[in-house]
Design a binder for this molecule. Structure first.
Ligand code: FES
Ligand code: FES
Length: 159
């Protein structure tokens, strides 16, 4: 068993730890750091529930080792809303359009859409819909998610 010291920023907070080399980032975030908004479904990169943002890119935390995130800046769904509680536009659209049912898939979907729209990017409806191809909703609530995407595109004035 090999152990490694890691240090990373999660939602603006510095975290340090000692982890086994084989520990997945999703497990470390949930169990050691307390970010239980990182949902773990398939544990093999298929469902998208565990998606977080690592250095600006949407990443499946169940496919990344905790040691690989050493030195990185991470955002989980807990860090998506503004400090005053104002929802991120993606969260607001999902709320407005009933884009969630049980909510298990929702953090991953929100993080993928947020990563796509970071740095003032304005992806169109087709690009956001395409990005959803890597997400499974076991409640089959896809129509609400599509309505949320259409709302985001309309707000941005993109086709
Ligand atoms: S739990 Fe990571 S993709 Fe399903
Ligand atoms: S809302 Fe239940 S899994 Fe998507």
């Amino acid at each position: 068993m090999s152990e490694h010291r890691i240090s990373m920023t999660v939602n603006g907070q510095q975290h340090r730890g000692l982890v086994e080399g084989r520990l997945m980032l999703s497990d470390w975030l949930r169990e050691a750091a307390g970010y239980t908004g990182v949902h773990v479904g398939c544990e093999q990169g298929v469902c998208g529930a565990c998606t977080i943002i690592v250095d600006g890119r949407a990443v499946r935390a169940c496919l990344m080792l905790a040691v690989q995130a050493d030195g990185c800046s991470l955002t989980t769904v807990e860090g998506l809303a503004a400090a005053d509680g104002t929802l991120h536009p993606v969260q607001q659209a999902l709320k407005d359009c009933h884009g969630l049912q049980c909510g298990f898939c929702t953090p991953g979907i929100a993080m993928t859409l947020a990563a796509l729209r970071a740095d003032d990017a304005q992806p169109d409806e087709a690009a956001m819909t395409q990005a959803m191809s890597g997400h499974l909703c076991r409640c089959t609530g896809y129509q609400g998610i599509r309505r949320a995407i259409r709302q985001l595109a309309a707000e941005d004035g993109t086709p």
